[in-house]
Design a protein around this ligand. Sequence first.
Ligand code: URA
Length: 238
Amino acid sequence: MRLDKFICKSTELTRTEAKKLLKSGVVKVNDVVIKDPSTQVHENNTITLNNGASEQTLSARTSRYIMMHKPKNTICSNVDEIYPSLLHYIDLDKAFDLHIAGRLDADTTGLVLITDDGRWSHNIISPKKDCPKTYRVQLRDKITQDKQQTLLQQFTQGIQLQGEKELTKPAILKINTENEVLLTITEGKYHQVKRMFAAVGNKVVGLHREQIGTIKLDDELSSGQWRFLSPEEVISCK
Ligand code: URA
């Protein structure tokens, strides 16, 4: 982690204030004064701040891991656009230092994982990690009995999305009713679920994420509510 970021994580200072502090030569890493904010530091470094009379050892606040039930008409970005960022719902200090691990569209609801641990979120987002995400999908057109087998095969074999070179990775489709399915995918291409159904001539009219890896959206959380993940839930994505 960059030294200026470490200082922000372990104090109330902003990034600009941390850089100023560094410039003034009061920060030491392993007993050596360091002024360059981009210096990489690790948990086992001793980082001290000389505040005149005494030296204070800084320890980074531990990372935060959160699940949230995303409401409709919010966006998974740290900046508000047409709709507000869902980080506004998180009544924590420095909530906008957090980021969202795997974005949902503004009209999609359900499970969102939020953290300030970039390595952890990489395990969820990176296509190389094959982390499964399950969506409850409401469809415009009925999947009648006669179409079910073909559809299941198409989703297992991979769908050709418009503008993509390769087929989608094998997905698991479970047909709940003629208008509702559960779809599990391991990728996160732009509007992937909507595009997969568009490619087979249907249309998604409701989308809700229920699960990421083994983490399920907590039934106790109503739309807009959040909670910290349990240690077991955090470890499941490491
Ligand atoms: N796929 C979509 O099309 N939209 C989402 O929000 C998530 C997955």
